[in-house]
Every structure is written in structure tokens, then in C-alpha cells.
Design a binder for this molecule. Structure first.
Ligand code: SAH
Length: 413
């Protein structure tokens, strides 16, 4: 049931242990179960709750989930502010205002509109794909306010002044289990999209499968990094290896930059089919020009090493290897292996564009991993540029967890 008035009002008080109020005061939006002294009242999962320090000083308001290790996600540091529909409406308007940068670019109509905690709406992701919105509810507090969000989203003009025609849900993500929530997806409002929706990114068109694609359909966070490959000084006349290609984001911009050939690798055959479609939609003359190879990137790169195959430019954009602290060591080895292999396949002076989208891998750790790979590969590696997620995925300084995508543009001698 969704009743925003009821959920907007405060239904309980959470008192923090002595000495555990600092992160809240410093505006980190998560309260972990270990910081809780006790809960007063009978707040139900998803309810609005007031956070107090051990001396009963009110500090913030958020929503509650006793089944999660993150028991409260803070939505406001004004203790008199109910989480009413008007409150959410203001947050959404502010998030849209922040995307004006992209809204004025008529060549891009796929971008993130709401990025959870960073936009003051913890647990809610909303991506725009042309006239459609795709929503991801990552937490119980958002899940039980879904109707409220849909009502606001359907009538809030997008940053370019148009209105959405349909809102889909893609809450088919593993993190929901941590919130005791089942996976859920489908049409929430309006018109259902066709099998795929054509989205423009920096003037290139991409078919995006909003229903079956990864995440909400496309890796929007890589927009700026993909665009780098359009530069002929980087790409023209080069043999490119695009590892973890998905639907060809880097293949399209590599073609734009004048790459002689692009070899795309991914485990997903359907993603590669769409990659080829996307390249040809933008560059019909490249028919039978590039390669699309389905299989495990680690194995294929090893085979290339054994057969002495080399490239001028390699993109390594692997999926998230780290899902929890326990994975960190194993995942670091994975990053090192794939980068070591990539370096081995590069001609002297070649370009390596390498990424990690694991939030738990800091940029410092990632640089150490690249260092280890370079030493083992016996190659000299220069970092030319630091890369990160685009401006529609802003990083909130009080929430460093929001900086998750990092990469390096390197020259490998
Ligand atoms: N560069 C892409 C996004 C890559 S996402 C873009 O710009 O859109 C990561 C991709 O890696 C996914 O498409 C996934 O199918 C693929 N993948 C995961 N494990 C893989 C493996 N072991 N070998 C090859 N591809 C893999």
C-alpha cells in the first residue's frame, strides 16, 4: 500500500549509540545497524523515522528497514521535514535541474535523471531513454513509495521540457535481496516501448533493450569516455580491441574516430548482435568490416597472446567484479589479469583505456593494480588521463560511495 501522507509522517525514533553520530552529522546518508542504541515506537519496515543522538537531539529523517544492515537511509537533515509528496517533488525537480547540462544537448537523450543518494533520494535510480523512463527501486523505503514516485515522474517535465510517455521498472537486481525484497519489473505507467528504443548519445544512435538489457538497458555512465574514441588523433587508422563490448558503445565511437578495424568481445551473443546493429546504423559502410566474438574475454585474450596477435588500442570495460569486501582480493586479481593480458597485446606506444566500476576498488587501489600488471607484463605504462562516470552520475562529497566508475587512459610502451 502506498499512502504518502502516512509515510511522510514520522512513525518512530531511532536513537544512536554514544559516539556514533558523527557520520550522520557529516551528512553520510546511511545508518548502519551497529550504530543503533534503540528504536522507540513501532515503526514498520519502510516507515519514516527520526534519528536522534544519544542525548535525544534530533539530527535527521529517513526511512527505516530493520531487515537491512543499513537500517535507515537519510533523506533530509531538517528534523522538521516530513517525507511528503511535496518533499519528493522538490527533490525530483532539483535532480532534473542538475541535468540541464545534458538537456541542452539535442544530440543526447539518454541519461540518468536521478542517482539515488546523490540526488537526495536514496535507493531510487531513474534513467531517461528518449521518451521513456526506467526506474530502479533498490530499497524497501523506495519500493513502498513507488506509486508516489510514478505519480510525480509522469507529470514532471523532463529537463528538455517534454513529458515522458511511459515508465518502466527494472528492479531485477541482486541488491534487493539485502532489503528482503523480491525482484520486480514491468510497465508502471503509460505506453509500453517497442522491443527496443532508439536513443541518441552525442549524436550517435543506439538501440537499447529497456526490458531485457543490462542494468536499465545501457551503460549511460560511460558516455564521456566513449566520446574520447571519436578523436582521430587517438583512433584513426588503428586496430582496436573492444573487450566487454556489450551493445557496442565504444565500437560506435571507435568507428567514428576512424578505426581501421574493431574487434568486439563479449559473452553475450544478444549484446554483440545489437552491437553490430548499432555500428551499422551509424556507419553502414562498415558492413563486414569489424569482428564480433562471443566468449570469455580472459580466454580469448590468452589465445591472442599465444598466437602473437597485437592491437593499437584496447578498451577494457569489465563488469563489476567486487560485490562485497570478501571479493576484493579475488577481484583485484581479476583486474590485474585482464590488464596484464591487455598490455601484452598492445603494440609499443599503444593505448589502453581501462576501467573498474566496482565501488570498493578505489582509484588508488586501481592504480596499484595497473602498476602490478605493468611490472608483470614488463611494460612501461604512462597514465595520460583519469576517467570517471559522467556528470549525470554526480559524486556527492559526503557520500564517497557514489564515486564508483574509474578508469585510466594509458600509453603502453
Ligand atoms: N563497454 C560497454 C559496457 C560493458 S559492461 C558499453 O560501453 O556499453 C560489461 C560487459 O561484459 C557485459 O556486456 C557482459 O556481458 C560482459 N562480460 C561479463 N563477463 C565477461 C567475460 N568473462 N568475458 C567477456 N564478456 C564478459
Amino acid at each position: 500500500m502506498d499512502n504518502s501522507d502516512q509515510q511522510g509522517a514520522i512513525n518512530g525514533i531511532l536513537q544512536l549509540k554514544k559516539g556514533r553520530d558523527k557520520p550522520v552529522i557529516q551528512r553520510h546518508p546511511w545508518v548502519f545497524s551497529g550504530a543503533v542504541a534503540h528504536v522507540i515506537g513501532d515503526p514498520q519496515p519502510g516507515d519514516t523515522i527520526l534519528i536522534q543522538n544519544h542525548r535525544q537531539k534530533p539530527l535527521a529523517i529517513g526511512y527505516y528497514n530493520p531487515h537491512s544492515q543499513i537500517v535507515v537511509r537519510i533523506c533530509t537533515w531538517d528534523p522538521d521535514q516530513p517525507l511528503s509528496e511535496g518533499f519528493w517533488r522538490e527533490k525530483i525537480t532539483r535532480a532534473y535541474t542538475g541535468r540541464q547540462l545534458l538537456a541542452f544537448d539535442p544530440e543526447t537523450n539518454g541519461y540518468r535523471l536521478i542517482f539515488g543518494e546523490t540526488d537526495g533520494i536514496p535507493g531510487l535510480i531513474v534513467d531517461r531513454y528518449a521518451n521513456y523512463l526506467v526506474m530502479q527501486c533498490l530499497t524497501l523505503g523506495i519500493d513502498c513509495r513507488k506509486e508516489t514516485f510514478v505519480n510525480i515522474l509522469k507529470e514532471t517535465p523532463l529537463p528538455d521540457g517534454t513529458l515522458p510517455v511511459g515508465i518502466l521498472e527494472r528492479s531485477d537486481v541482486a541488491v534487493r535481496a539485502k532489503e528482503n525484497l523480491p525482484q520486480s519489473d514491468g510497465l508502471l505507467w503509460g505506453k509500453a516501448p517497442a522491443e527496443s528504443v532508439t536513443v541518441k548519445e552525442n549524436g550517435f544512435s543506439f538501440e537499447v533493450d529497456l526490458i531485457g538489457g543490462h542494468k536499465t538497458g545501457f551503460y549511460l555512465d560511460q558516455r564521456d569516455n566513449r566520446q574520447l574514441l571519436t578523436s582521430p588523433s587517438l583512433t584513426a587508422g588503428k586496430e582496436v580491441l573492444n573487450v566487454f563490448a556489450y551493445t557496442g558503445g565504444f565500437a560506435v565511437t571507435g568507428a567514428a574516430g576512424g578505426a581501421t578495424s574493431i574487434l568486439n568481445i563479449d559473452t553475450s551473443i544478444s549484446a554483440l548482435e545489437l552491437a553490430e546493429k548499432n555500428v551499422l546504423a551509424n556507419f553502414p559502410e562498415r558492413v563486414d568490416h569489424d569482428e564480433y566474438l562471443a566468449g570469455d574475454a580472459f580466454q580469448i585474450l590468452r589465445d591472442f597472446r599465444d598466437s602473437g596477435r597485437t592491437f593499437d588500442l584496447i578498451v577494457l570495460d569489465p563488469p563489476k567484479f567486487v560485490h562485497g569486501r570478501r571479493d576484493l582480493q579475488r577481484a583485484s586479481r581479476g583486474y590485474k589479469d585482464i590488464n596484464w593480458l591487455g598490455m601484452r597485446l598492445l603494440k609499443p606506444g599503444g593505448i589502453l583505456m581501462t576501467f573498474s566500476c566496482s565501488g570498493l576498488v578505489s582509484i588508488d587501489l586501481f592504480q596499484k593494480i595497473i602498476f602490478g600488471a605493468a611490472v608483470d607484463a614488463g611494460r612501461e605504462v604512462q597514465i595520460l588521463r583519469h576517467l570517471h562516470q559522467g556528470a549525470d552520475h554526480p559524486i556527492l562529497v559526503t557520500f564517497p560511495e557514489s564515486a564508483y566508475l574509474k578508469g585510466f587512459l594509458c600509453r603502453v610502451w
